[in-house]
Design a protein around this ligand. Structure first.
Ligand SMILES: *[C@@H]1O[C@H](CO)[C@@H](O)[C@H](O)[C@H]1NC(C)=O
Ligand SMILES: *[C@@H]1O[C@H](CO)[C@@H](O)[C@H](O)[C@H]1NC(C)=O
Ligand SMILES: *[C@@H]1O[C@H](CO)[C@@H](O)[C@H](O)[C@H]1NC(C)=O
Ligand SMILES: *[C@@H]1O[C@H](CO)[C@@H](O)[C@H](O)[C@H]1NC(C)=O
Ligand SMILES: *[C@@H]1O[C@H](CO)[C@@H](O)[C@H](O)[C@H]1NC(C)=O
Ligand SMILES: *[C@@H]1O[C@H](CO)[C@@H](O)[C@H](O)[C@H]1NC(C)=O
Ligand SMILES: *[C@@H]1O[C@H](CO)[C@@H](O)[C@H](O)[C@H]1NC(C)=O
Ligand SMILES: *[C@@H]1O[C@H](CO)[C@@H](O)[C@H](O)[C@H]1NC(C)=O
Ligand SMILES: *[C@@H]1O[C@H](CO)[C@@H](O)[C@H](O)[C@H]1NC(C)=O
Length: 495
C-alpha cells in the first residue's frame, strides 16, 4: 500500500513536471537533459562498429567505478539508451531499427524532442533493453539509421549526433538509463576509423616484343644494339603520346629490357588495367606502328629480313590477368628484281658466302672520293647444285652505267691481308648495268671477314650509283668460277 502511494505520488510528480515543463523553456541546458546520477555501472565501448547500410553497433560494458557503492553502481539495471542528436533528424515517419545481440529490440528506436532540454535539443531513444548487471556486459546494440519516404532523416552518425564541445562530427554522446531514470552515466563514442583506402589496383606490366623467326634464310638477321635502342626510343615515345591522348597513366617508363639477336623487348607499366584499357581502341594501330618500325623507311620488309617472320606482340599482365594483348606479324620475302642479268642460283645459302647487311663508309683514296665498303662472311649452305662451290671468284654490283666514270676502282682486303689492294672496276656488256670486282679467287678462309670497297667520286651519291628498289641500297652477287652460283644480297646503309 505504502509503496503504491509513493509510486502514485512519484508518477503524479512526474506527470505534473511534464505538464509544466513542456511548455516552459529548458530546465536542463545540457545532455542528458534531466536530473540523474552521472556515475553508474554501465558504459559504451569507445569505438563504434559500422556494419554498412546505415547500421552502427555499440558494445555495452559493465564497469563499476572503484569504491562506488551507490544504487546506480551496484543495483541499477540498464533500460534505455539516449543519444544527443540534431533536431533535423526528428523527421516524421523515419524508419529506424535496432537489435540487441542480434535480435530486434522490443521497441524501435525513436528520435524525439528532448522535453526538458533547450529548444532544438533532440534525442535518439532506444528503450526496453532489459539489461542488468549480470547480462549487460559485452551486449551488442545496433542501430540502423534510415530516412522517411521523402528521404528526410539522418543516415550517418555525422549527421545524427551532436558531438561534445570541440569534438569532430561523428562523435556521439550517449546516456545509459536505469528503469527508474535515476542513473544516467554518459559515454562518448567515436565513429569507426575510416575504412583503409582500397589497395591501389595492380599495375599493368607491359612488354612490346619484336621478334624474328627464320622461315627459309640460312643467314638470319641479328638485331644490332643501335636498332634495339631505336626501337626502344620509338616504343617509349609512341606509348607516351598515345597514353597522353587518352589520359592513361604510365607508371614505369618503357625501356629496353632485352636486345638479343632475334628479340627486342621494351617493357614498362601502365598504372592499372583500366589505364591500359583506355588504349584498347588504339592498340591495333600501335602494334602496326611498331611493325613499321622494323620494316622501317621502306614501307616493306628490308632485304636483311628476307626469309624471316617479324612478330610484334604487346602483352600486358596485371597480377597474372591479361591487360594488353595484341599481335601483328609480317612474313618477309625477297623482292623480284631484274638483277643479275645472267641465269644463276641467287638464293642466299646456295654457296657458303654472304654479305653483311650494312655497308660502311670511309675516306677514299683520293681527296675527291669516298669508299663504300661491303663485308663478307661464310654461312652454312642449303642443299643444291651449288653446295660445293667454295671459290669466292668475283662480286658483281647492280650499278648505273651512266656513272661508269665515277667509280675509281675497288679496294679489297681478303681475310688475313693487312693492307687494302686496289683493283680496277670492270663493267659488263652495255645495258647490263653491272660493275665487277674481279678477279678475287678467294678461299672460304680468305672470304670470311673480307672487305670490298667501291671508291666513288664524292660528287655522286651511292643512291645514284647503285640501282634497285631500296634507297641507299646496293645489290651484289657473289660468283663462283662456274658462274652458275651467284647468291644475291641487298646491302643498306647502317640504320
Ligand atoms: C544492405 O541492404 C541491401 C538491401 O536491403 C542488402 O541487399 C545488402 O546485403 C545489405 N548490405 C549489408 C552489408 O548488410
Ligand atoms: C577505495 O577504498 C579504499 C579503502 O577505503 C581506499 O584505500 C582506496 O584509496 C579507495 N580508492 C579510490 C580510488 O578511491
Ligand atoms: C538480469 O536479467 C535477467 C533476464 O531478465 C534475469 O534472469 C536476471 O536474474 C537479472 N539479474 C539481475 C542481477 O537482476
Ligand atoms: C632504361 O634502361 C637502361 C639500361 O637498361 C638504364 O640505364 C636506364 O636508366 C633506364 N631508363 C629508365 C627511364 O628506366
Ligand atoms: C617477351 O620477352 C620477354 C623477355 O624479354 C619474355 O619474358 C616474354 O615472355 C616475352 N613475351 C611474349 C609474349 O613472348
Ligand atoms: C617474284 O616472282 C615469282 C615468279 O616470277 C613469284 O612467284 C613471286 O610471288 C614474286 N615475288 C614477289 C615478292 O613479288
Ligand atoms: C658436294 O660434296 C659432297 C661431299 O663430297 C658430295 O657428297 C655431294 O654430292 C656434293 N654435292 C654436289 C651438288 O656436287
Ligand atoms: C702495308 O701498308 C704499309 C703502309 O701503308 C706498308 O708499310 C706495308 O709495307 C704494306 N704491307 C704490304 C704487305 O703491302
Ligand atoms: C686461285 O687460287 C688457287 C689457290 O689459291 C690457285 O691454285 C689458282 O691458280 C687460282 N686461280 C686463278 C684463276 O687465279
Amino acid at each position: 500500500m505504502r509503496v503504491g502511494i509513493v509510486l502514485s505520488v512519484a508518477l503524479l510528480a512526474a506527470f505534473v513536471q511534464v505538464l509544466w515543463a513542456a511548455p516552459l523553456t529548458s530546465q536542463f541546458a545540457s545532455f542528458p537533459f534531466c536530473e540523474c546520477d552521472p556515475i553508474g555501472a554501465y558504459k559504451l565501448k569507445e569505438h563504434i562498429i559500422f556494419k554498412g547500410n546505415g547500421t552502427y553497433c555499440f558494445t555495452i560494458k559493465v564497469d563499476v567505478p572503484v569504491n562506488c557503492t551507490s544504487f546506480c553502481c551496484r543495483q541499477a539495471d540498464l533500460r534505455k539508451l539516449e543519444f544527443n542528436v540534431n533536431q533535423v533528424c526528428d523527421a516524421p515517419g523515419v524508419v529506424l531499427a535496432a537489435t540487441l545481440n542480434g535480435a530486434p529490440t522490443a521497441i524501435n528506436p525513436n528520435v524525439e524532442i528532448a522535453q526538458q532540454g533547450p529548444s532544438g535539443a533532440a534525442i535518439l531513444k532506444i528503450t526496453q533493453l532489459g539489461l542488468n548487471l549480470s547480462n549487460a556486459d559485452g551486449a551488442e546494440l545496433c542501430v540502423t539509421l534510415g530516412t522517411n519516404r521523402a528521404g528526410k532523416g539522418c543516415t550517418t552518425l555525422a549527421d545524427l549526433c551532436v558531438p561534445p564541445a570541440g569534438a569532430p562530427p561523428g562523435v556521439c554522446t550517449a546516456a545509459l538509463f536505469s528503469s527508474n531514470t535515476d542513473c544516467c552515466p554518459t559515454s562518448v563514442v567515436n565513429p569507426p576509423p575510416p575504412p583503409p583506402p582500397p589497395p591501389p589496383p595492380p599495375p599493368c606490366f607491359t612488354c612490346v616484343n619484336i621478334s624474328l623467326s627464320v622461315v627459309t634464310t640460312p643467314f638470319p638477321f641479328s638485331f644490332p644494339q643501335t636498332l634495339c635502342n631505336q626501337y626502344a626510343a620509338a616504343v617509349a615515345a609512341k606509348f607516351t603520346t598515345a597514353a597522353a591522348a587518352v589520359g592513361a597513366s604510365i607508371t614505369v617508363p618503357f625501356n629496353l629490357t632485352t636486345c638479343n639477336s632475334d628479340l627486342v623487348s621494351v617493357c614498362g607499366a601502365f598504372a592499372s588495367e583500366a589505364d591500359s584499357q583506355l588504349l584498347a581502341d588504339a592498340a591495333d594501330d600501335i602494334a602496326t606502328d611498331f611493325l613499321n618500325l622494323v620494316t622501317g623507311r621502306f614501307g616493306t620488309c628490308p632485304p636483311y629480313l628476307d626469309g624471316q617472320n617479324v612478330l610484334v606482340s604487346i602483352t600486358g599482365t596485371a597480377e597474372s590477368r591479361s591487360c594488353f594483348d595484341v599481335i601483328k606479324s609480317i612474313s618477309c620475302s625477297r623482292a623480284n628484281v631484274s638483277f643479275p642479268k645472267c641465269i644463276c642460283d641467287t638464293k642466299p645459302g646456295a654457296t657458303p658466302y654472304a654479305a653483311l647487311p650494312f655497308y660502311t663508309t670511309q675516306p677514299g683514296r683520293l681527296k675527291t672520293t669516298t669508299q663504300y665498303c661491303f663485308k663478307f662472311t661464310s654461312i652454312p649452305t642449303i642443299d643444291g647444285a651449288c653446295e660445293n662451290a667454295t671459290i669466292f671468284s668475283k662480286v658483281e654490283f647492280w650499278g648505273n652505267e651512266a656513272l661508269r666514270r665515277n667509280i675509281r676502282g675497288f679496294v679489297i682486303k681478303p681475310n688475313g691481308a693487312t693492307n687494302y689492294t686496289v683493283i680496277s672496276a670492270s663493267w659488263g656488256a652495255k645495258g647490263d648495268e653491272t660493275v665487277k670486282a674481279t678477279p678475287l679467287n678467294w678461299s672460304i678462309n680468305q672470304a670470311t671477314g673480307s672487305e670490298i670497297c667501291m671508291d666513288l667520286d664524292t660528287s655522286i651519291s651511292l643512291d645514284d650509283f647503285c640501282l634497285g628498289p631500296f634507297t641507299n641500297g646496293c645489290y651484289l652477287t657473289i660468283f663462283d668460277p662456274t658462274r652458275k652460283c651467284c647468291p644475291m644480297f641487298a646491302i643498306l646503309d647502317r640504320p
